[in-house]
Design a protein around this ligand. Structure first.
Ligand SMILES: Cc1ncc(COP(=O)(O)O)c(C=O)c1O
Length: 496
């Protein structure tokens, strides 16, 4: 058991290490004429308390800080719905090749046929993996992909004279918060569809809400409960029968790669999180890639320019798109994400792609089975790539899901996702991904089991956790609402 009483020394801020006159670099004599900075600009520099430190101190400072960080390169990252998947290092090698990294977005297309071929190569893979007719990689986050799909759906209804009458988007109560947010951002009224006792879409409730005001139904498959929606084909038929379109939140594609294709289930469009499923770094809401796939009826509205192949197979940007919704990002999205994704896809190869989903599903079911007697699953049926467990048995002891998660930090593990999906009380959502080995999963499960035993005899150890880090239990609500990470020299008594 980790030492609960250990006091962890607080690292000093770089400002606190500062000593007047100390410098960390030697700049050569300027050989260009001196230019005076305009007074208004110069004034901004007055009174700044720059840290004055030697090069060695800078190197040590940031190296030590980096050791405090937790990342996929240092440990297991079980966050469900946020897939911190291993990004093979070879991806970075290819993305760093100067021919890719030094490309200028304004350089003429004719000078970058290789880059176009990379984009088209990813499109070809994604088309085949998802079963959709068209792909675009302009959106730079999953939520951005959702919004783009809804914009396509809106343009489609408008083109049929139904833009003003189809005003509602249906969203399940288990959905990721970005789904209703994207629908509202696109100007739709959002109606919530409940989940039934088995964890599936409540078909009766769906039927009651379906009429000719419905523009779209947004479904996550597998759902955020980590469950495959068995009625998905029926759901698509029901929505199509009233003229609506069906969007698939494909952030959970890790469970389906090479095994089954959303395009074949009846969906009209979907977004993919390249920064989850196809091993590119997570974007933090921005610099990711929320590639989207769509069926032929939505093709005329594709964001422009649309990447196409000529009859001879060479890729080009089609700019003659009179019905396009326009650009949704600058240039062509995050190009280096495409390089990483293509590297990953080619390294796996078509034949071995199904291993991704098989191992991802196997690992999640293994964790679920090992923890069954300690943290029961929210729904007792085989899960997909992630499992949603509940800590409700410990609530009567005064122990919450958050306490268990925080205690995991003392055992050396990053916590899983907490309290999501919202419809599961005391939810702990675990996504091991396909790349973790049995030994790691066992060590993680052993830690969780030990914590559950501890909850019965010493719940205070959980309430106090974490105690082995440089910060203890944070007020997370305050951290979100009143976050202030500035350093105030005057409060520290430092003058410039
Ligand atoms: C199910 C689901 N949908 C959508 C998103 C949104 O993706 P992003 O964070 O890239 O905007 C996420 C995010 O993790 C998710 O888990």
């Amino acid at each position: 058991m980790p030492n609960v009483t250990k006091t962890v020394p607080q690292p000093k801020l770089i400002f606190e290490k500062s000593r007047k006159g100390r410098i960390g670099c030697n700049l050569p004599e300027a050989n260009t004429p001196q230019v005076d900075i305009p007074a208004a600009v110069g004034a901004v520099r007055e009174g700044l308390a720059w840290p004055e430190v030697s090069e060695l101190e800078v190197v040590r400072h940031f190296t030590n800080l980096s050791h405090i960080n937790y990342g996929i390169d240092t440990g297991f990252y079980p966050l469900g719905s946020c897939t911190m998947k291993y990004n093979p290092k070879i991806n970075e090698r290819t993305a760093g090749l100067s021919g890719f990294a030094m490309l200028h977005p304004l350089q003429p297309e004719s000078t970058a046929p290789g880059a176009l071929e990379v984009l088209a190569g990813v499109y070809d893979f994604l088309r085949e993996i998802t079963g959709f007719d068209e792909i675009t990689m302009q959106p730079v986050a999953g939520a951005h992909g959702e919004l783009t799909c809804l914009m396509l759906i809106k343009a489609y209804h408008e083109s049929r004279g139904q833009g003003s009458t189809r005003t509602v988007v249906l969203v399940p109560d288990s959905a990721h918060g970005t789904n209703p947010a994207s629908a509202a951002r696109c100007g739709y009224d959002v109606k919530t569809i409940p989940t039934d006792a088995d964890g599936n879409t409540d078909l009766d409730a769906l039927a009651r809400n379906l009429d000719e005001t419905v523009a779209a139904f947004m479904v996550t498959n597998p759902s955020t409960l980590g469950l495959f929606e068995p009625n998905i084909a029926r759901i698509c038929e029901m929505v199509h029968a009233v003229g609506g379109q069906v969007f698939c939140d494909g952030a959970n594609m890790n469970a389906m790669v090479g095994t089954t294709r959303p395009g074949d289930h009846g969906f009209d469009c979907m977004h993919l999180n390249l920064h989850k499923t196809f091993s590119t770094p997570h974007g933090g809401g921005g610099p990711g890639c929320g590639a989207i796939g769509l069926k032929a009826q939505l093709e005329p509205f594709l964001p422009a320019p649309a990447l196409k192949r000529r009859p001879d197979g060479t890729p080009f940007f089609d700019r003659e798109r009179p019905l396009s919704i326009g650009r949704v990002s600058t240039f062509f999205g995050q190009f280096l994400m495409a390089v990483r994704a293509l590297t990953y896809l080619l390294a796996y190869g078509k034949e071995r792609l199904p291993q991704i989903s098989r191992y991802a599903v196997l690992n999640a079911n293994y964790v679920k089975a090992r923890l069954r007697d300690h943290l029961p699953a929210a729904h007792d049926r085989p899960c997909m790539h992630e499992c949603v467990l509940t800590a409700t048995p410990y609530k009567k002891l005064g122990v919450r899901a958050l306490d268990i998660s925080k205690r995991l930090i003392d055992y050396g593990f990053h916590p899983p996702t907490n309290y999501f999906p919202l419809i599961v009380p005391e939810a702990l959502m675990i996504e091991p991904t396909e790349s973790e080995c049995k030994e790691t999963l066992d060590a993680f499960c052993d830690a969780l089991i030990a914590i559950c035993e501890e909850a019965k005899v010493n719940p205070d150890a959980l309430h106090a956790a974490p105690t082995t880090q440089i910060v203890g239990r944070l007020d997370e609500a305050a951290a979100v609402k009143t976050l202030d990470v500035r350093w105030y020299p005057e409060r520290a008594g430092v003058t410039a």
